[in-house]
Design a protein around this ligand. Sequence first.
Ligand code: PRP
Ligand code: HPA
Length: 175
Amino acid sequence: MATNVSTMIDAESIAQRVRELGAEITRDYAGRNLVLVCVLKGSFVFTSDLARHIDLPMRVEFLGVRSYGEDTKSSGVVQITHDLTKPVEGDHVLLVEDIVDTGLTIAHLLELLRTRKPASVKVCSLLHKPARTRIQVPIDYLGFTIEDKFVVGYGLDWAERYRNLPFIGLVESAS
Ligand SMILES: O=P(O)(O)OC[C@H]1O[C@H](OP(=O)(O)OP(=O)(O)O)[C@H](O)[C@@H]1O
Ligand code: HPA
């Protein structure tokens, strides 16, 4: 399956950065009601690794979102496919994304979450692709800045495939 995928960020580099982010979040959210909001589907791998490096009695919620479909370009329409199961009013929400590309998804989610009256909303993204920015969004915790290539693996897909790769890779024909 992975024969035409080259490695951009290897599994050990990801693991190291996830440990660092977990330690930083643990320090910053000590004594607060933290709710990690995993933005599905792409961030399921990152969220599960990150959560195990946060040493706090936090909650995890899932928000299903889709805007790319089978394409490698954002449709510009952010569709909610699964909502939070419990209110986050008064809680400190940390949105966990696999990638901020155009910024459209996270901008939409920040707007949506703020209507739920949390004490705070911040963003943690494993990847950021600044060359594609269409809307500037704050990324409070960032794993890696990457070049303008369509990447897969560690949760990220191309037409629903490659999410299970343990590294971030490039499908040459997708870029
Ligand atoms: O900054 P943007 O240009 O909005 O792109 C980022 C979003 O795109 C991907 O989701 P996608 O719509 O592909 O759904 P998926 O997570 O189910 O793969 C990714 O997981 C982010 O949520
Ligand atoms: O580079 C990407 N790969 C996979 N999914 C994505 N969604 C936005 N950008 C990407």
